[in-house]
Design a protein around this ligand. Sequence first.
Ligand code: ZN
Length: 208
Amino acid sequence: MAARLPAAYRARVLAFWQELGISPRTVKARRLPVYVEAQRLQPLGLGTDGRDKLLVPAAAAAWVAMRMAAGEDGVDLLLVSAFRSIDYQASLIRGKLAKGRVIEEILTVNAPPGCSEHHTGRAVDIGEAGCPPLEEVFDQTTAFHWLTANAARYGFTMTYPKGNPEGYLYEPWHWCWNKLGSGEQGGALATEAAVPTQSTATSEKSFA
Ligand SMILES: [Zn+2]
C-alpha cells in the first residue's frame, strides 16, 4: 500500500466531496482509490475539443508511439481527454448537479474528485472519427479493435471493462498507461470525513 496522501491534498478532496454531497459511505463501499494529481505534465497538442491535452512525460511518449503505430495500420486514434485536475473534475460534477442530476447517478459515470485515473496524467479517452465520443458504441470501431489487439504493447489497458469492481459504467474508450496501484483507498479518507449524512442512505445498492 502506498504512503498516505499529503494532508493538504486530503483536505482538498474531502472539501470537494462535502460541497458536492458525495457520500463517504459510497466511496468506501465502492472501494474507490484516491489518486494524487500529476505535477510534471507534457503537452500532447490539441484534443478533439480544441483544447491542449497533457500527460506525464512517460505516458505521453507511450501515447505518441501507440498513435503512430496505429496510424501505420491505417487507424486514426483521436484524443478526447487526458489529464484532468481535481478542480476540473469537481466542475464537471457541479455542472451536472446544476442540471438537476442526482449525485449517485453522476458517480456511475464521473469519478468523485480525487478518484479519477485522469488525475494521474496516465489515462486517455480515445475516439474515432464518425463515432460519438464517450459512448459505448466505441467498442464497435476499428480503433477499439486495434487497441484491443495492440495497446498492451504500449502499456495501455482498458481499466473500466464491463462489471468493473469500482462500479463505473463500461468505458471502452478509457485506457490507462501503466495503471498505478491505488494511492490510498477513499474509504480511509471517508472515515475521517465529517460529511452530513443526508445522501448516504439511498442507492449504494445500484453500484453492486
Ligand atoms: Zn476516461
